[in-house]
Design a protein around this ligand. Structure first.
Ligand SMILES: [Zn+2]
Length: 289
């Protein structure tokens, strides 16, 4: 009531006329009588309800706890319905939030890229310290940008192969250490067939095989991904062969051949071109040349 009167006083200078003031007064009194009538009626109904249902207050409190919105709609309900009618709470329904759809299959075109050449090499950051007291031979991993390989995974696979007890460390007085430094002794490069052919010149790799030229050990990404049929799907074993064969060249080893069929092939045999009756073998300590 106080606010309403204040509002009328504030509005009077704007209108500047007594008619507006009188009209406002009549309207105010009408509203006042109406409000009083509803207040008295509502209090009477509330009293009857509380006498007949002593727990009604508690029930309302409980209901208010579970539905603030419904309670709010009751308190601001304008007195336009007859007091004898039970006001229907205005229920507001909201659509439940739908969870984001989950992809159940790989999107199309997700085949790994091993052939599209960017021509740019990126160094895999990080170190794998040499374990042992022998001379260190450092190498860094470089992967052609755009290839679908995780650098850390490739680096871990290469280092695991080079430091395997069946590997070159058992034959040569050295320990391999991975670095990302520019002055590494060797660069182990994983590249598309296109870039492999360029980096291997003057050797001819024909888009199919790998090589070692100067300080570059170039691994053909197509071979790294798919190996060769003779390995019968043993891709990890073939990758170890690839690393050991090319690093073997860097250590001064030349090619050898299969001497006895059905025995492990020498690691320095060109196993990618065929096994000639020998069995797949990735380790220089097994029938080493
Ligand atoms: Zn070779």
């Amino acid at each position: 009531m106080t606010n309403r009167r204040t509002g009328q006083r504030a509005g009077t200078p704007v209108g500047g006329r007594g008619r507006g003031r009188r009209r406002g007064g009549r309207h105010s009194r009408k509203k006042s009588y109406k409000a009083q009538w509803f207040s008295v009626t509502a209090l009477a109904v509330l009293g009857v309800v509380m006498v007949l249902h002593p727990d009604a207050t508690q029930e309302r409190n409980l209901a208010a706890q579970f539905s603030d919105q419904a309670a709010a709609s009751r308190t601001i309900e304008p007195p336009v319905v007859a007091p004898t009618q039970i006001p229907t709470p205005t229920a507001t329904f909201t659509m439940p939030l739908r969870p984001a759809p989950t992809l159940t299959r790989q999107p199309r075109g997700s085949a790994p890229n091993v052939t599209v050449s960017s021509g740019r090499l990126g160094v895999v950051p990080g170190f794998d310290k040499a374990i042992g007291t022998k001379d260190k031979l450092t190498y860094r991993i470089e992967i052609e940008e755009g290839l679908s390989f995780n650098g850390a995974v490739v680096a871990a696979a290469v280092h695991k192969t080079l430091t395997d007890p069946r590997g070159w460390q058992a034959i040569h007085p050295l320990n391999f250490e991975r670095t990302d430094s520019v002055d590494a002794d060797l660069r182990v490069i994983l590249a598309t067939p296109t870039l492999t052919d360029k980096l291997c010149l003057p050797l001819i790799t024909g888009g199919e095989v790998s090589c070692r030229v100067e300080d570059r050990v170039v691994l053909n990404a197509k071979r790294w991904m798919y190996a060769v049929p003779a390995y019968s799907g043993k891709v990890d074993l073939y990758r170890s062969y690839l690393v050991n064969h090319e690093v073997g060249h860097a250590l001064g080893h030349g090619h050898s051949t299969c001497v006895t069929a059905n025995t492990p092939a020498p690691v320095m045999m060109q196993q990618t071109k065929g096994l000639a009756g020998c069995l797949p073998n990735a380790w220089p300590t097994i029938k080493a040349t």
